[in-house]
Structures are given as structure tokens and as C-alpha cells.
Design a protein around this ligand. Sequence first.
Ligand code: HEM
Length: 272
Amino acid sequence: MENYKLFLFTLSSAAVVGILAIIFVLRWVLHFQPGLGWNGGLAEFNWHPVLNVCGFIILQGLAIIVYRLPWSWKRSKLTMKIIHASVNLVAFIFAVVATVAVFDFHHVAKIPDMYSLHSWVGLAALILYCLQLVLGVGLYLMPFTPISWRAAFMPVHVYSGLLIFTSVIAVALMGITEKLIFSLTNPKYKDSPPEAIFVNILGLFLVVFGALILWIATRQSWKRPSEQTLHSLNSNGGDEDGTKVSQLSEGTEAEAFETIRQRNNKCDDQVN
Ligand code: HEM
């Protein structure tokens, strides 16, 4: 892998910032807000930010970059596709429960639904995410789907995946700001009480996490090598059972991947 050290640094930074975001959202609802519960009150509402941050943002970010982890290149493409789809499915379930929590809270408190820009873009993102999941599974996990369809749809799949992920971060920032304006009354949000500063920092973590994931996901040189490249690596010097890839030392492996990738400059990795 080219720039392996930079990859490791970017990945570790994303992991640290992602974990901090989870700690901050939990601390927010458990320390500054009335905790978690399922009683139609504020404790039920609190599942909304917690599950959206942990699932719709952090898990979705992880799902986006699973193919880029060099340790996963020894696994078959099918295994990685199943992992990618499963992590996205778990993120989707988190986002659905988060949405049920806020609708239920509104219903009990007799607050109107779907009035804010946050709720419009949020629901649109959730519906698009569902569509992305269904189309992704149908196109890339069903064995009968023609390869030409897979190839034709791949740019749309990648683009819409990144668009949904980015939109969800923007939605979270709107939600955080709204919530702080609603809940901070004395002192107010504009007076910068400790809760406001703390939750603004959570928002910053989400932006940095998104930026790092987008960076990792858009580096051409950090892509998983094509199946043909991996196959060549096995057959060009691998043992009969194809175990050579896992036995190569880190440096040799990286160089070999790069050489063969350049030789086999094909894009079949995107569609198989
Ligand atoms: C990250 C993904 C998020 C999505 C997709 C999302 C989606 C939604 C949706 C669809 C509603 C409308 C519920 C209704 O009308 O009954 C809503 C409401 C709300 N959300 Fe979020 N949300 C997200 C994150 C957050 C976060 C992190 C917060 C921070 C606390 C938040 C705060 C709120 C608030 C205060 C409401 C009620 C006011 C309103 O409807 O705008 N949201 N959200």
C-alpha cells in the first residue's frame, strides 16, 4: 500500500475521534440531560442523538472504509461485501430506532412532526440509506445480477454512499444546535454554559470524523487491489494453497501489491 504510514495515521485519528464522539454523546445525555429510558419523555428522546451518532455516523463511516483496510485484503471480496452490508444494516437499524424514539417523544409531548429542516433532511437521508442498502444487496450480493449492471451502477453507489454520509453529519449538526437552543434556557445557548461548549466540541468531532473517513474513502492508492491483482500475487509466487499473501512481510507485500496493481490496471475490483 502506498503511504502506509499516512493511512495508519489517518485511520487511527478517525478511530480516536469516533470513540471520543461516542463518549461525548453518552456523557451529554447521561450527565447534562436526564439519561436514557423508554418512557415517552426526554430520556426516550435521548436515544435519538445517541443511536444516530453511534450508528448512523460512526458505524456508517466504518462500513464505508472496510474495503480499505489492508488486513482485510486477504479475505475474499464476497466476505468483505457481506461485512460491508452487515455493518450498514446495523447502522440502519440504529437510525430507525433513533427515529422511532423522537417520533414517539413528539407524540407523547404533542409536539408537531417534521416541521424543521433538520427533520426533512434527516428523514430524506434515512429513506435514501434504505434504498442504498436494498439496491446494494440486490446488485452486489445476488449472484444472478449481471456484471454489466453492477459496473454501470457502481459510480452511483459510491457517490450516493458518500453523499448520504456527508448529509447525515450535516443533519446531526443541525439537530445538535436545535437541541441546545431548545434545552438551554437559563443560562441560554448564547451565554456559552459548559453544556453548550461540551456539545459544540461533539459537533467538531463529528466534522473531523467525517473529513477523515471521506479522505480515506477517496484515495485511489488506498483502494483494495483488484481480484485479478490478488490472484496474480497468489499465483506468481504463492504456495499451492495460496497462502503466500498472508506470509509476505509487510514491506514486501505492499511492494508486490503495488507492482502488480500497476501491471493489471483494471477496474474489475469494483464490480465482482
Ligand atoms: C444524525 C442523524 C439524524 C437524523 C437522520 C435525524 C432525523 C430526525 C428526524 C426525522 C426528526 C423528526 C422527528 C419528528 O418530526 O417527529 C428529528 C427530530 C429531532 N432531532 Fe434529529 N436526527 C439526527 C441526529 C440528531 C442529533 C445528533 C440531534 C441532537 C440532539 C438531533 C436532535 C433532534 C431534535 C431536537 C428533534 C426535534 C425537533 C425537530 O423535529 O427538528 N437529531 N431528527
